[in-house]
Design a protein. Structure first.
Length: 459
């Protein structure tokens, strides 16, 4: 849990200091968004390889080596002298985080007997949820007091404690299989190529370097790599990612909702701190504190949402959560520099309440219709889709923000008050992005409703 908490904390803690990074390195939000999207994309890719690392080297060795590398790249990020070094360190951080995060779940299932796993999972879930809840506030406080570099060092005490405990506490695990399984290098290569085409294409579009021919190449490359990856995994007897789980209509619907969940969760933690620092003039610490009440509400409501999931059909709870999050960001679409701090905090809390409702119901409903042998693959695929949604959504929202800002600036160019028109254009651009997030969640209501209908017929 020490390692898991550290890597989950690192996922969102950087977002609140993006504005300061932009200022210090003199770059726009199109470049700085790679600190979020690069991390999430790398995490999504390597998350699917954890099972192989465990089979080949065992939990203890995999955890120790991965956590040591995570410490090294965290230090590299904190001491980076250029934006390129910082982005590279975040991508490597994400790749290592993708290996570490599933290890806690694997360890809990191996150590605890079935009758004790419920309590273990509750502790695991609370740790995973509390990290992003307190991360922005902690990042804001550290950024205010010591500068943005401090957020790269905050996870080091957790990592070092994990490294000290690992040799003795993880000694109960086997050292790995006698015969090392074959690594799916071609599958990983195709997956990375797919992610590079998608996110690289969006990045090029933000720099306005993407011609019609370039756009055609990006689309062709994305489709070709995606299709090749699926075809390759279908041929393997032990695939890294099993596309067959999507044949189950319940799981396919849950995956669509999970993608929207990733867009909303990670996209909002990217947009909101930028909005309140750029438009409202909040300090780094105030921007972090703004997200704290909603994060704590998220952590407190998850146990209640779990009990509701036990008693009611998942589709009611998932759709209610989607509606809450959509309403939260449609309210944000009317925000301006004059919107009160506590009103913004209430809107964020409404969205986090929606996420708290969705998490247990989505996880439980997704795998209901899968055969027992595919449940592990289904859980891994759902996590992958959620991370992919986060990476894609953050990059897309960054592109929309830049596009709408340029558009609104052109519309207001005739204004005499240049400063006021620039602020107005930026406000409208953020409002457009908040509407996009709201519409994404509203569009997920239909697959969310499908989770119940198909699951009910299989019971």
């Amino acid at each position: 849990m020490l390692g898991t908490t550290a890597v989950v904390l690192a996922t969102t803690i950087v977002n609140v200091v993006l504005h300061d990074v932009m200022r210090d390195f003199g770059v726009g939000q199109g470049r700085v968004q790679w600190l979020a999207t690069g991390f999430l994309a790398a995490m999504a890719a390597t998350m699917l390889t954890t099972a192989w690392w465990v089979r080949a080297y065992g939990v203890r060795r995999t955890y120790t080596v991965a956590l040591f590398i995570f410490v090294v790249v965290s230090l590299a990020g904190g001491f980076a002298t250029s934006i390129d070094e910082l982005i590279l360190s975040r991508i490597v951080q994400g790749a290592i985080a993708g290996v570490i995060q599933p290890l806690a779940m694997i360890a809990l299932f191996e150590v605890y007997p079935p009758e004790e796993r419920g309590s273990a999972m509750a502790a695991y879930g609370l740790g995973v949820v509390l990290s992003p809840a307190i991360g922005p506030a902690l990042g804001g406080l550290l950024g205010q007091l010591f500068g943005w570099r401090a957020v790269f060092f905050v996870t080091l005490p957790l990592c070092l404690a994990g490294l000290v405990l690992a040799p003795s506490r993880l000694a109960c695990f086997e050292g790995g299989a006698a015969r090392r399984p074959t690594f799916d290098s071609m599958g990983l290569l195709l997956l990375c190529a797919f992610l590079l085409f998608v996110l690289g294409g969006l990045a090029q579009a933000q720099r306005q370097d993407l011609s019609q021919l370039g756009f055609a190449l990006v689309v062709t490359g994305t489709l070709a790599c995606g299709a090749a990856f699926v075809a390759w995994e279908l041929r393997r007897s032990h695939p890294m990612f099993d596309p067959r789980v999507f044949r189950d209509p319940v799981f396919a619907a849950a995956a669509a909702v999970g993608f929207a969940y990733g867009v909303g969760l990670y996209g909002s933690t990217f947009l909101v701190p930028l909005f309140v620092q750029t438009i409202s003039g909040f300090s780094v610490m105030k921007a972090g504190i703004l997200l704290l009440p909603g994060g704590l509400l998220l952590a407190l409501c998850i146990p209640l949402a779990g009990r509701l999931t036990n008693r009611h059909s998942p589709h009611y709870i998932v759709c209610a959560g989607l509606a809450c999050f959509a309403l939260s960001f449609l309210l944000f679409a009317g925000a301006s520099a004059r919107t009160d701090f506590w009103l913004l905090a209430v809107w964020i809390a409404l969205g986090r309440l929606g996420l708290a409702m969705m998490i247990p119901a989505l996880n439980a409903g997704a795998v209901q219709g899968l055969p027992l042998g595919q449940i592990a693959q289904g859980a891994g695929a759902l996590n992958f889709v959620r991370q992919l949604g986060g990476a894609f959504g953050t990059s897309l929202l960054s592109l929309v923000l830049q596009w709408r800002m340029a558009s609104h600036q052109g519309e207001l160019a005739a204004s005499v008050d240049t400063a006021a028109s620039a602020l107005d254009a930026a406000t409208r651009a953020f409002d457009d992005c908040f509407i996009v997030v709201g519409l994404v969640f509203l569009s997920a209501l239909w697959p969310g409703w499908r989770i119940r209908r198909v699951a009910a017929t299989t019971q």
